[in-house]
Design a binder for this molecule. Structure first.
Ligand SMILES: [Zn+2]
Length: 450
């Protein structure tokens, strides 16, 4: 891999440092294998170890150790010791005073590059169903730190070192936030199904579930959903979701499927009167509309572009204007960096796919949004990555973590939210509109918002 810290990658790292700390530091690679971090042309500097071997690796077999920050007098936010991927061992003390400032003998910037650019996923062939790079294949899962925002934790250490070297500067204080989004795979249980399918579902309601109410409701809802999805439709939870978000002072983002490349795609067309009605309704209530690229789109830049154009076209027809357009890949399908580049080329402003389906946690090692960087072309992209911390089914469903909807599932989700809180980051939660059918699920969702 072509990698040096004199080019765009150094600018990208400097951008992230500036976003995080609110000051424009310059970064420069020294000949002695370190990177110097300076504030303007101030003579003081922080040097960091630069490991261009480990943190350019495109596999998950990097070394691993841990660092006891507290033993060396530093504060930690999420429990000591701190995971330290990429090295077998670290010197003690790790952080030392130098003539010009301080030195950190761990490559925090390299770790940031490796995690945020998902280097370990580039060119991987050991993929699970749906082409997933599974959580279980990741270095973070193997070493037990998937549920820690390890990049944010290390940047917190860097922030402390910056304050030691430049005690008079004030670092940017971030506020914890929560973002909820909803992939609209199925806006309706009945409206877009054929009568044959509805009858089959009715038979299931009667014979399997012995639920006469659902049995009678199915044909009624289907008949009543001519111009809009009827409120009795079990998947029509849109108003309920928006009510909850408004109550908690947040907005919901709803991502719509705009193409059919596979049977696993949606059964609706974006141009359908009922979907247009829904789009207008969401927009009128002040919530966000985004793109959910179809199942086969993740390796096809042209398809992603067509689908993004289709969404923007229909929204324009409906008078829907937004400052930004973002979304998430259907089934969280992702090929790094093909998908990243394609989303950027399609003119999207952000993407929120990067979490694992099979486990919740910090796939990118961070819960902060950041500018995307293509590690193959070595280019900074205008797209922003908004990592996904948790999809509801990753925690609930038997196919994944399988914790159900009881206390264990809620505690797991709450622990993830609290980890984001500890670093003043953003807890991003995906909850499908079609996955709020039971009281338990609704309760869990509402309690997580609170
Ligand atoms: Zn989906």
């Amino acid at each position: 891999m072509n990698f040096d810290r004199r080019g765009s990658v150094l600018n990208w790292m400097a951008n992230i440092i500036a976003e995080r700390f609110g000051h424009g530091f310059t970064l420069r690679e020294n000949t002695n294998g370190t990177v110097a971090l300076r504030l303007n042309e101030n003579s003081q500097c922080i040097t960091l170890a630069a490991d261009n071997v480990s943190f350019t690796r495109m596999d998950s077999d990097l070394d691993y150790t841990e660092w006891d920050a507290v033993a060396e007098g530093w504060r930690y936010v999420l429990g000591s010791p701190l995971p330290a991927p990429g090295v077998k061992s670290l010197p003690s003390p790790l952080i030392t005073t130098t003539a010009q400032g301080m030195h950190i003998a761990y490559d925090i910037l390299g770790l940031m590059y490796w995690m945020l650019c998902r280097l370990e996923e580039v060119g991987r062939t050991d993929l699970a169903e749906h082409g997933w790079f599974s959580a279980k294949s990741s270095h973070a899962f193997k070493h037990g730190y998937l549920e820690r925002p390890v990049v944010d934790e290390w940047l917190h250490i860097l922030g402390q070192v910056i304050q030691c070297v430049w005690p008079s500067i004030e670092l940017k204080q971030h506020q914890f936030s929560m973002k909820v989004s909803h992939d609209v795979d199925s806006p309706s249980l009945y409206a877009f199904k054929s009568w044959g399918s509805v009858v089959r579902m009715m038979v299931g309601h009667l014979l399997k579930r012995h639920d006469i109410r659902l049995f009678l409701q199915a044909p009624y809802t289907k008949l009543a959903s001519c111009s809009r999805i009827h409120p009795t439709d079990p998947f029509n939870t849109f108003d309920w979701i928006m009510d909850q978000s408004e109550r908690h002072g947040t907005i919901s983002a709803f991502y719509f499927i705009c193409g059919h490349s596979d049977p696993l795609d949606a059964d609706y067309e974006l141009e359908d009167t009922r979907i247009r009605h829904l789009l207008r309704h969401i927009h009128a209530r002040g919530h966000e509309i985004g793109l959910h690229p179809s199942y086969g789109a993740y390796q096809k830049p042209d398809v992603i572009r067509q689908e993004a154009d289709r969404l923007r076209f229909v929204c324009a027809e409906e008078g829907i204007q937004q400052n930004q357009w973002g979304g998430r890949m259907h089934y969280l399908r992702w090929e790094q960096p093909t998908t990243l580049q394609a989303l950027s080329d399609a003119g999207l402003n952000y993407d929120s796919t990067l979490g694992y389906a099979d486990r919740p946690g910090f796939r990118c090692g961070t819960c902060f949004e950041y500018p995307a960087f293509n590690p193959v072309s070595q280019q900074i992209l205008p797209l922003r990555v908004r990592p996904l911390v948790m999809m509801e089914s990753s925690v609930i469903d038997d196919a994944f973590l399988g914790l159900g909807t009881g206390a264990m599932a809620f505690d797991k989700a709450l622990a993830l939210k609290n980890s984001c809180k500890s670093v003043n980051g953003c807890f991003t939660l995906l909850w499908h509109n079609s996955d709020l059918r039971s009281k338990q699920r609704k309760d869990m969702y509402v309690n997580l918002l609170g």
